[in-house]
Design a protein around this ligand. Structure first.
Ligand code: PAF
Length: 285
């Protein structure tokens, strides 16, 4: 695996592959890789002759007071994992490379509606930071396909909308969430959890599963189900930000006739913010 840190070395390598008509897949990450990221690399490998992984802890997607400075950076370990996963190229740019005119006055990509609801409401500006950096990475790598985890369900939908709105010639592939044996979704931020918190953490997904079971049993008062799940999370030791039952296609509040639903939640355990979701196909009335 080759590692490059700047755009011109990246372009040189990509030009060679394109001249040989090889399909290129991109897996954007912020590093501190785990099994979930490796599933993305495997999916990329199955779709393209060449796999490029980027590692960049993107400052503009961290809201003031969040964990940008302490976000885990483990480049040596990441390189070893990517080598074993048969990655062709690692792109690890600096902040100056990605934001040549600085962070404050940079051009931004904003995806209306999706950027201000759910996680966007609690992390204002976060999704504009995500869309902006993903757009930059797409411009630099010009991949045929880009692979993202569906754990960040709202992020994945937002990227799909950005690609459609800006007519970007890239296929977006979502890969199912990888979970620990007890149900906790893999996340770099799980490393912040203390031992007691780690034991409680799977209850976030369990609460979503219980809510989904109530919907499966015919309950249709979504507002009440959301309130009940919020209360349950509180009793189970979380500080929930939201539990939402939404239409999977656009994340608008679910209506009685909607069949394809997604349950989404964000909650703090101590100082660690966890998110999760569960997709659900409701039987016809
Ligand atoms: O999901 C992530 O790790 C990040 O939000 C992404 C897509 C790499 C953009 O920085």
């Amino acid at each position: 695996m080759k590692t490059v840190n700047d755009a011109s070395a990246l372009r040189q390598q990509l030009t060679d592959w394109r001249a040989q008509r090889q399909r290129i897949a991109l897996v954007p990450t912020m590093g501190n890789l785990h099994e979930g990221h490796l599933a993305l690399v495997r999916a990329a490998r199955a779709r393209a002759e060449r796999v490029v992984v980027s590692i960049f802890v993107n400052p503009t997607q961290f809201v003031q007071g969040e964990d940008y400075d302490r976000y885990p950076r483990t480049p040596e370990r990441d390189v070893g994992m990517l080598e074993s996963a048969n990655t062709d190229l690692l792109f690890m740019p600096s902040v100056a490379q990605m934001y040549p005119r600085g962070l404050a006055d940079t051009t931004r990509v904003q995806v209306p509606e999706l950027d201000s609801i759910l996680c966007g409401e609690f992390r204002p500006g976060h999704f504009t930071g995500v869309a902006t950096i993903v757009c930059k990475l797409f411009n630099l790598v010009q991949p045929d396909v880009a692979v993202f985890g569906d754990k960040d369900f709202q992020q994945l939908l937002l990227i799909r909308w950005m690609v459609a709105d800006l007519c970007m010639p890239v296929e977006i592939l979502g890969v199912p969430t990888v979970r620990d044996a007890d149900g906790l979704a893999k996340s770099s931020r799980n490393g912040y959890l203390g031992a007691g918190e780690r034991q409680l953490a799977p209850l976030l997904y369990q609460t979503l599963r219980e809510t989904a079971a109530s919907i499966g049993a015919g309950e249709v008062n979504y507002a009440e189900l959301e309130a009940r799940a919020m209360a349950l999370l509180g009793e189970r030791g979380f500080r929930p930000q939201y539990v939402a039952i939404r239409a999977a296609a656009n994340l608008r509040p679910a209506q009685r006739g909607d069949r394809d639903l997604v349950l989404l939640a964000a909650a703090f355990l101590g100082s660690t913010r966890l998110i999760d979701h569960l997709e659900l196909r409701r039987a016809a009335d």
